[in-house]
Each structure stands twice: as C-alpha cells, then as structure tokens.
Design a protein around this ligand. Sequence first.
Ligand code: HEC
Ligand code: HEC
Ligand code: HEC
Ligand code: HEC
Length: 457
Amino acid sequence: MKLGVSITLLVALFLTLAMLFRAGWERPPMQSEQLGFRGLGMVEIDNPRTQAARAPLNQLPDVVPAVPAGGPAAASVYKNVQVLNDLSVGEFTRLMVAMTSWVSPQEGCNYCHNPSGLAADVPAKVIARRMLQMTRHVNADWKSHVADTGVTCFTCHRGQPVPSNLWYADPGSAHGSRFAGNRAGQNAPATSVGLASLPGDPFSQFLTKGGEEIRVQSTAALPAGRGNSIQQTEATYGLMMHISKSLGTNCTFCHNTRSFFDWDASTPQRATAWHGIRMVRDLNANYLEPLAGKYPEGRMGPLGDAPKLDCATCHQGEHKPLAGASMLKDYPALASVGKVAQAAPAPEPIVVGETVIIFFAVDSAALHDAAPKTLELLIVKLKANPKAKATVSGYHSATGDAARNQELAKSRAMAVQGALKSAGIAEDRVVLEKPLAEQANVAGEDPKARRVEVVVK
Ligand code: HEC
Ligand code: HEC
Ligand code: HEC
Ligand code: HEC
C-alpha cells in the first residue's frame, strides 16, 4: 500500500516536472483580456515578462532633426533623382541620413553609394530606390491596412540591410523513391508554422501573385476540385499559424472558433488582416520579385527566387509593428507617392510617321514603362541596317528655370540613349542632337512638350 502511494507520488512529481520543462509552457504571471462576448473563450493572453523581453526590439531610433521648409528642389541640384524629385535639398538630405540609420547604420552611406560619385547607380541603390517607391505605395495606397500609422524602412529593416524575416519558395523534398509519395511539405517541422506538422511553405501558395483562396469551409454543396482538398485545408492552417505567430497572438484575436469561416462572428482585426494579405501579395509580386537579379551573390532562394516578405517582416511578434508607434509622422516625405509625378503622369509614348515620341513627367527624366516596347520597331530597323543611326533630341516645357530645363532635356535624351544601348544598339550609333527650339509650347506646363523624339537616319 505504502509502496503504491510512493509510486503514485513519484509519477505525479515526474509529470509536474516534465510539464515545467516542456516546450511551449510559459511561467506565469499571465494576463488575459476578453475580446468577444463572455463565454466564447475569445481572450488574448499575454505575459508581462515576455512583453518586457520584446521591448528592445521596439526601441525607436532617434528622430533626425527637422529642416526648415523651402530651398531648392533636390532634383535641380543633384543629377540622378528619380523618385524623391518632389523634395527640397534639405528634406532629401535629412531622409538620406534617416535611411542610413534605419538600414545601414554600421556601413553608412556607402552601403548604397559609390563614394566616388553619389549619382552612380550601384545595385544596392537601385534596390533602395524601388524600396522608396514601395514604402510610399504602402503608406499612400494601403491605408486599409497600415492606417495613418504607416511604415518606414525601419519597420522592416530595424538597423540592418537585410530584414530578419523573409521567405523563399521551398523546394520541398524529393519524393520519387519513397512509398509515402508526396507528403506535401509535411512532417518536416518548420518554424514558419509553429513547428506543427503542417506544410512548411504556406507562403508560395497564398502570399504572392495570383494567391489562391484561403478557404477551408466550402461555399458549395458537394465541393470538388482544387481548393476543397485536405491539402488546401492544411496549407490554410499553416498560413494561420504563421499569421498568429507573426502577430504574437492566437486564433481568437481574429476568429470566434465556433466558426472560423463566419465574418459576422469575427473581430474587426480579421478585416485588417484580410487587407494585409492582399497588401503582401501586391508587394511581393510587384516590388520584391521583380528585383531578382539585382541582389548580391548568394542572396537568392534555393529555387533562384528573390527574397520576399510576410506578416512577420513588419510585425515581428507584435499586434501592430513597433507596438503601434508611428514613425511616419516625422517623415512625411515617405507618406505620399511623389506629389509632382502624381499630378502630371507622363502620357504613353507614341509613333508619328518615322518618329518615336516618348513623353516625360514634370521635372523627370525617368522613362515611361511602355518606352522600350514603343522603341522596338526602331530597334529592329537599326539592327537590320548596320549603317543607320538614330538621332535623339530632348525637349522640355516652358515652365521652370531655363538652365535647369536644358539639363533636363539632355538627361531625357540620355535616358533614351541608355534604353537603346541596353537593347543592344552601340552607343556610337545613337546621336544626341540638340533641337533648334527645345520647347514646343511657349507658356505653361504642356505634357506634350516634355518629350524625346527618336528618328532613324
Ligand atoms: C539605403 C540606401 C541609401 C543610403 C544608406 C544612402 N542613400 Fe543616398 N540615395 C539613395 C537612393 C535610392 C538615391 C536616389 C533617390 C532617387 O532616385 O529619388 C540616393 C541619392 C542620393 C543623392 C543624390 C545623388 C545625385 O546626384 O543624384 C545624394 C547627394 C545622396 N543620396 C546622399 C547620401 C548621403 C550623404 C548618405 C549618407 C548620410 C546617403 N545618401 C545614404 C540611397 C541611399
Ligand atoms: C515592407 C518591408 C520593407 C520596407 C518598408 C523596406 N524594405 Fe528594404 N528590403 C525588404 C526586403 C524583404 C528586402 C530583401 C532582403 C534582401 O536583400 O535579401 C529588402 C532589401 C533592401 C536592400 C538591399 C539589401 C541587400 O544588400 O540585399 C536595401 C538597400 C533596402 N532594402 C533599403 C530600403 C530602404 C531605403 C527602405 C525605405 C525607403 C526600405 N528598404 C523599406 C523589405 C522592406
Ligand atoms: C490576424 C487575424 C487572424 C488570425 C490571428 C487567425 N486568422 Fe484565420 N483567417 C483570417 C483571415 C483574414 C481569413 C480569410 C482569408 C482570406 O479570405 O483571404 C482567415 C481564414 C481562416 C480559415 C478559413 C475559413 C474559411 O472561409 O473556410 C480558417 C479555418 C482559419 N482562418 C483558421 C485559423 C486558425 C486555426 C487560427 C489560429 C492558429 C487563425 N485562423 C488565426 C485571419 C486570422
Ligand atoms: C508593410 C508592413 C506590414 C505588413 C507586411 C503587414 N502588416 Fe499588419 N499592420 C501594419 C501596420 C503599420 C499596422 C498598424 C495599423 C494601425 O495603426 O491601425 C498593422 C496592423 C495589423 C492588424 C491590426 C492589429 C490591431 O491591433 O488592430 C492586423 C490584424 C494585422 N496588421 C495583420 C497582418 C497580417 C495577417 C499580415 C500578413 C498577411 C500583415 N499584417 C502584414 C503593417 C504591416
């Protein structure tokens, strides 16, 4: 009898100790906050101790002191300003200093610049320029997710050139020779899905271009086909584990677990998350994936794809990134998509007779996206006829500083020369010809005046 009691006690002691040392067990104190109606188990559990441990990650960098408004435009002082052409020199320089502290505090300006010439486009600068566009796009066009809190480079970078949380397509394991066949990414515990036996790469399927429907519950009777399989269900749960982990929360932050599907029973945060999923798809498909080939050696994924972002890239374990702090209010330059460029976008390039005409935005020498396509016929002609030369003439509108405008007309012509060169036409076959009259209109900001004309002679 006595022996029986001792054994029971020993087992109980062993189980208690085992529980204390098990992964996933957290030492109290725990705090819970009720999110839904009582009795639904919709509570948010947090621990002040782990909260305090996360605090250093949310430490904000010092704000770079504001500069007086006004002064010359950065685009008129520097040679190669394509995105920040709506800023004054003072605001431009302030942003460069801030960007350095957010992205490359150790490496300094030279992480993105060639010290012998700040205007030169080195790969890191080309990436950073696209990042500037991406950041402005998030703040201007994804308010449904980031509200007025917005993001800066620091939200993702936190003082390092390569953000901590990225993903690549997972090549999976070879499965040809095994009886089990395709295990759909399972049984290979991945931190991305909380070490659960769920597909380790829920991202490729859901978080980029053409992302699939994130659905478990069918909306039709007797569902068949893709999107209604167990595989789809497991991938959905994988993504949900990632979302919960990235936000440092649990499923009831967004769902009433009585019905995961039901939007009426979900919290408002689920709607914010819905927009977040669409935002991440947009950023990966339109900003990060096209940067493939621009990164330094060894930065690509096992399948050669570019690094991509997910919910953790910004959130890093918090419901709101940086515990809800807004850095954007101190850097309005990152809040809008370039005022100037937005007010007067460049018209599409056109062909008139033998001449290709490419238009430009106000105060910009950046080529229209459709320019290479419009130049194609000319390029074919030049390649078929090795003696022919292309003459390129740049024009500007009548507003603005005359000397600066002449520079601008020349930069525009040079941008087109660059496009022809990258299409394989030797530089010496492209003649820059100064037109007799550089402006087409005599007064005002005529979009048809800001152009380059190309003819084959
Ligand atoms: C994280 C990358 C990054 C860092 C770090 C950086 N820059 Fe830049 N810099 C850029 C980009 C991108 C542009 C082009 C902006 C555009 O096209 O609108 C640029 C352009 C410039 C230009 C204009 C050059 C020209 O003639 O066109 C100057 C000047 C400049 N930066 C100065 C600095 C200084 C000074 C520092 C350090 C305090 C710095 N930058 C740090 C990315 C960076
Ligand atoms: C939403 C998240 C996000 C924001 C905001 C963001 N970045 Fe990035 N950035 C990334 C990701 C993801 C990469 C790819 C990581 C890599 O380079 O391997 C990256 C890469 C870069 C790189 C290339 C680093 C290298 O050497 O590979 C530079 C430079 C950079 N970002 C600058 C900036 C600047 C400047 C800003 C602000 C204007 C900014 N980023 C804003 C996510 C972000
Ligand atoms: C931050 C909010 C958030 C958290 C946390 C979250 N989800 Fe979701 N969940 C969503 C959103 C948004 C959708 C709908 C996605 C869509 O339609 O694009 C969704 C969809 C689902 C669906 C599919 C419902 C259907 O229509 O068939 C299931 C199942 C689900 N979540 C389960 C979970 C589980 C389990 C957890 C915890 C591990 C969890 N979710 C955590 C936001 C969240
Ligand atoms: C570009 C950075 C960025 C990315 C990537 C991002 N978020 Fe957010 N998210 C934010 C910001 C900023 C806020 C705060 C907005 C505010 O202040 O209301 C936020 C807020 C939220 C909230 C509301 C939290 C609350 O307490 O009300 C949810 C839920 C959320 N995000 C889910 C997601 C999910 C899910 C993903 C991935 C699919 C994601 N986010 C990706 C920047 C991001």
